[in-house]
Design a protein around this ligand. Structure first.
Ligand code: UDP
Ligand code: MG
Length: 318
């Protein structure tokens, strides 16, 4: 199998037939051995029925149906788990991504040995205020924290070497950061290709403005995880120890000072009247808490197994 096209979708019944025909056409004219994996992320319209019909007529069409709506990241992850192609291409189901890009993306991965090629919607056909501006900010922040020089992290159209998608786990809403996840796993030949972008033809966007808030929070998580995800103690332990030692030294000093005065019959204030007493107390408590968090983090890493975050209801052609 040369190419797997992985397509997550939620209520895209109007687009599926057209998208399928377009992809199948390109695959046939280039003589690729291919599969198209549709992941129905809990659609409530007739999307699954459409996928069933498509798979009857074309055995290259495979389907995964989620029990409920788990989100685009989970859908991609399920597709990645089952994708067999040497090159795996992801695209949105809404006809905004252009299947004509597939051959060039394939060539870049196979001939130029890229691990990942991310699409860049240089000319976008989305609402300027709601999407283009926030998305510029968002991409700038992602570039800064990840060190990856990509213009468009969130583009649905991307191509991967098979081993790349097998080595990463996309959860939560991390689909915006797959290039960062790949980089964290050590895949460094990550490139970009300007791709055609169309306005949404049918239906409406499934993500509102909260995508940017969630996106930034995920960005913080991911940059923290990439630094300390496998060794939380190095972060929490360090600061915990530091604060605890600071607190104890201050407490010790206050105690010693008080004793000195008491033994020498010098008049002195109560320990609890000294503001430093509270500072010492707080930093000892915070230090202990931080240290404990680090310790719990380490325990969680040791005991966690790679559990799934979705339940599949049906599979087609697998
Ligand atoms: N999608 C999905 N699960 C969701 C939300 C979206 O599988 O919970 C799919 C959606 O059907 C589409 C792709 O993810 O194929 C991108 O979504 P959308 O076009 O709404 O995002 P936008 O283009 O506005 O960024
Ligand atoms: Mg879209």
């Amino acid at each position: 199998m040369e190419i797997s096209v992985v397509i997550p979708l939620l209520n895209e019944e109007e687009s599926l037939q057209e998208l399928h025909d377009w992809i199948a056409n390109i695959m046939q004219s280039n003589h690729y051995l291919y599969e198209i994996i549709f992941i129905d992320d809990g659609s409530t319209d007739t999307s699954w029925k459409k996928i069933e019909d498509l798979s009857e007529k074309n055995t290259s069409v495979k389907g995964i149906r989620f029990q409920k709506n788990y989100g685009k990241s989970q859908a991609l992850d399920a597709g990645f788990e089952l994708a067999q192609g040497k090159v795996v291409i992801t695209m949105d189901a809404d006809l905004q991504d252009n299947p004509e890009e597939i051959p060039e993306l394939y060539e870049l991965i196979i001939n130029e040995n890229f691990d990942l090629i991310s699409g860049w919607k240089k000319k976008r056909y989305d609402n300027v205020v709601a999407k283009n501006l926030p998305s510029k900010l968002f991409n700038a922040a992602a570039r800064k924290t990840s060190g990856l020089k990509l213009h468009d992290f969130n583009c649905g159209l991307k191509a991967y070497k098979n081993e790349v998608i097998k080595s990463i786990k996309v959860s939560g809403e991390m689909h915006r950061y797959i290039p960062v996840l790949a980089k964290n796993e050590g895949y460094s030949k990550i490139g970009e290709k300007v791709v055609q972008h169309q306005a949404r033809k049918y239906g409406e966007t499934k993500f509102g403005m909260d995508r940017f808030i969630n996106g930034f929070l995920d960005l913080i998580t991911i940059s923290f995880l990439s630094k300390f995800g496998k060794r939380p103690m190095h972060f929490f332990g360090l600061w915990g120890t530091f604060m605890f030692l600071f607190g104890t030294s201050v407490a010790f000093y206050i105690g010693a000072f008080k004793m000195y005065k008491v033994f020498n019959d010098i008049k002195t204030i109560l320990v609890t009247d000294n503001p430093w007493f509270y500072i010492a107390l707080t930093s000892m408590i915070l230090g202990t808490l931080l240290f404990l968090s680090g310790f719990l983090g380490e325990l969680i890493i040791k005991t966690k197994n790679n559990e799934k975050h979705y339940t599949i209801k049906e599979k087609l052609n697998f």
